[in-house]
Design a protein around this ligand. Structure first.
Ligand SMILES: Cc1cc2nc3c(=O)[nH]c(=O)nc-3n(C[C@H](O)[C@H](O)[C@H](O)COP(=O)(O)OP(=O)(O)OC[C@H]3O[C@@H](n4cnc5c(N)ncnc54)[C@H](O)[C@@H]3O)c2cc1C
Length: 325
């Protein structure tokens, strides 16, 4: 199967130096665990690191033309890779370009969110400072409409450039179907290439202060070297809950309009629970930690147990924020 894919790839090699170059860059049997913050996953049979959008589009067009199945990821900070690895082509978008004009920023999907926020703050562009400290790429952040402290990335987005089935299209924000940790990019196999953001002006010192405080606060929860994918389950949007279920939750538990999944999980004794080497943090009910040799199987098993417990106590079905790849 893999051999036939590579044969198929080689047919057009002589006509395109970029593809030619990338064929030689394809690595085989690369550890996916080493590319994920959760440190889980088997081997990628065909792994392609890509550093810019021009090459990315060429490769995507080539795969499309040759009908080669592929998957794309970037920071690996919101993913649970499968224990058995995958035989598809794995595109790892590792970098991209960043441009600023007046009150807008255009970022390649592979640029780290950290770099985008830093650029915005230095130029007094407000809207992303509450997202300080979230790891991963801006493309990954757009897929999951990443956010924190009452803000989400969709608030600053004006349009998103995508590749889909050989075509490149700009999607206006209204067509991206953003909602809490959701977007059209979770539903459709679009590849995000670029993101255009529009900001309000503010005082850079004020923005930097907010950002520093948030990073300090986050460092207490996510200690250096912790193997995790951030929050595991989504919080619950309070206004979407039927009153009979909402009435069981104290109003003081609602934060930025959400019932924290951590609160629900802690109420059913999640802290410190363990399956194999996957442990729920003793200090936070919504934090799955890989203590060493954790597997995707352990993760799924623990997730099922916790979902059942929360459903039995509150009638609320938790939904994963992480993505099983
Ligand atoms: C310590 C820690 C703290 C975190 N805190 C937060 C938080 O406060 N708020 C929050 O929202 N999240 C948080 N996260 C989760 C994560 O950092 C974000 O979701 C991040 O935006 C994911 O980006 P990524 O590049 O790592 O995506 P990846 O994990 O690489 O991919 C995530 C998904 O996006 C898809 N994808 C990635 N790039 C593209 C692309 N160019 N085109 C199409 N699809 C693509 C992948 O296929 C995958 O389905 C945290 C994670 C960790 C480890």
């Amino acid at each position: 199967m893999v051999a036939s894919m590579v044969c198929s790839l080689s047919r057009n090699l002589l006509t395109d130096p970029v593809i030619n170059n990338y064929l030689f860059k394809i690595k085989h049997h690369v550890s996916l665990a080493s590319l994920s913050t959760f440190a889980i996953g088997g081997l990628a049979k065909n792994y392609i690191p890509v550093n810019n959008n021009t090459d990315l589009v060429k490769i995507l067009n080539y795969f499309w033309q040759e009908k080669l199945p592929f998957k794309i990821f970037a920071g690996g900070s919101n993913i649970v890779f499968p224990d058995n690895g995958l035989s598809l082509f794995h595109i790892h978008l590792k970098a991209g370009q960043l441009h600023k004009t007046n009150s807008s920023i255009i970022a390649g999907a592979g640029v780290s969110l950290f770099r985008v926020i830093e650029l915005a703050i230095v130029h007094g562009l407000s809207g992303l400072e509450n997202l300080s400290g979230i790891p991963g790429s801006i493309g990954g952040a757009v897929v999951g409409n990443a956010g924190a402290y009452g803000s989400s990335i969709s608030e600053v987005i004006s349009q998103v450039k995508i590749w889909h089935e050989g075509k490149i299209i700009w999607l206006k924000k209204d067509n991206c179907q953003f909602s809490y940790r959701e977007s059209i990019f979770k539903q459709k196999p679009y590849v995000i290439l670029q993101i255009e953001m529009e900001f309000n002006k503010s005082d850079p010192r004020k923005l930097k202060k907010i950002s520093d405080e948030i990073i300090d606060f986050r460092c207490q929860k996510y200690r250096q070297g912790l193997k995790c994918p951030g929050s595991f389950f989504k919080n619950i949007v309070a206004k979407n809950l039927p009153p009979r279920l909402l009435n069981n939750i104290g109003k003081d538990k609602i934060n930025f309009g959400k019932i924290p999944a951590g609160y629900l999980l802690e109420s059913v004794g999640a802290k410190g629970m363990r399956v194999g080497d996957i442990e729920i943090a003793p200090f936070h009910g919504n934090l799955f930690i890989n203590k060493g040799k954790g597997t995707a199987r352990d993760v799924k098993k623990l997730a099922v147990i916790l979902k059942r417990k929360v459903y039995q106590k509150f009638g609320i079905l938790l939904e994963e924020e992480i993505r099983y790849f």
